[in-house]
Design a protein around this ligand. Structure first.
Ligand code: XIL
Length: 315
């Protein structure tokens, strides 16, 4: 039985994978990705980001994003939109800091409403705001925060809600897998948005993790988010190791995948899990973390690793 079918049978909404446009010419890759018993959800790894969708002000390009959205629709898979507002992969016309507060507010509104509006009716959930926090729980001083303070978060969420009232609106971040300053900051933000009547439906826990170094209490941390009245999703799961691969590392990785899956499985409000691509062939890890890799449940030959069995065991 496929991972998505298994997740559904255990009460989850989906098990899914990220993908990216260049990989879609690999037919062996696509045939596994498109098997909706394995993956019931996909996320575009890059093609809905700001640099891809609004490379110059007011000029929107949805060609690559549409390819992923259409693939999900054809396969009968849910789609997670990723993302509206993020400090990375921003075109320089935005990151330049050349705009005053009213102008940047309007730029954020236009961007979120146009992108979310374009995919209206096609998206289960949107990562409206991505990575707003530093690891110490302070706000990241990107162009949005520097110009607008925290107000950009409500601006983005309200624009997204108006553009697609049926999409679940998420804030997504990394290093909020376990309790700590960053998770506390996220909880404070969620509470404050709710108090102000700003639409917020979910917290996305990225979960870019390291073999043998998982934070403790992942389940308790998910429960703490859920207690605020939002749903939770594991949005970008991968568990990397220092290369070369050894049997011992693969065995630990299997355990670690099982730990993450069961933490989500044990909390009703944790609706689904997305791996940040399913195969080491297309993982972002080796090009980002020098000397590390092998983070996915399928190897570079599209063969299942022990991590795959860890996922099965976690449900
Ligand atoms: C990564 C993509 O996978 C890469 O292809 C790209 O070069 C950089 O971004 N957190 C996120 C994702 O929210 O958007 C990032 O995706 C990985 C970290």
């Amino acid at each position: 039985v496929g991972l998505h079918t298994l997740a559904k049978s255990k009460g989850k909404l989906y098990f899914g994978s990220a993908t990216d446009n260049p990989e879609l010419s690999d037919t062996a890759y696509v045939s596994i990705l498109s098997d909706n018993t394995i993956f019931g959800q996909i996320t575009p790894g890059n093609s809905m980001k700001w640099d891809a969708t609004e490379p110059s002000r007011g000029t929107f390009t949805f060609t690559n994003g549409d390819v992923i959205a259409n693939l999900a629709a054809k396969n009968g898979q849910l789609l997670r939109g990723h993302n509206c507002v993020w400090h990375n992969q921003l075109p320089s016309w935005v990151s330049s800091g050349n705009f005053d507060a009213p102008t940047l507010t309007s730029i954020v509104q236009t961007h979120c409403s146009t992108v979310v509006g374009h995919y209206k009716g096609q998206v289960y959930s949107w990562d409206v705001v991505n990575e707003p926090f530093n690891d110490d729980g302070t706000y990241r001083t990107d162009v949005f925060y520097n110009t607008l303070g925290t107000a950009y978060i409500a601006t983005a969420l309200q624009a997204a809600r108006a553009a697609d009232p049926d999409a679940k609106l998420y804030i997504n971040d990394y290093n909020i897998e376990g309790p700590g300053a960053k998770s506390t900051a996220m909880q404070t933000l969620i509470k404050s948005l709710k108090d102000q009547g700003v639409p917020i439906d979910g917290v996305g826990i990225q979960a870019h993790l390291i073999v043998g170094a998982l934070p403790g209490n992942i389940q308790q941390n998910i429960e703490a988010f859920a207690a605020l009245g939002v749903e939770v999703a594991i949005t970008e799961l991968d568990i990397r190791m220092t290369l070369p691969v050894t049997d011992a590392l693969l065995a630990q990785q299997k355990k670690d995948y099982q730990t993450v899956i069961s933490a989500c499985q044990n909390v009703a409000a944790c609706v689904g899990i997305t791996i940040w691509d399913y195969t080491d062939k297309y993982s972002w890890v080796p090009s980002t973390f020098s000397g590390q890799g092998a983070a996915c449940p399928w190897d570079a030959n599209l063969l299942k690793k022990p991590a795959y069995d860890g996922i099965v065991a976690g449900f």
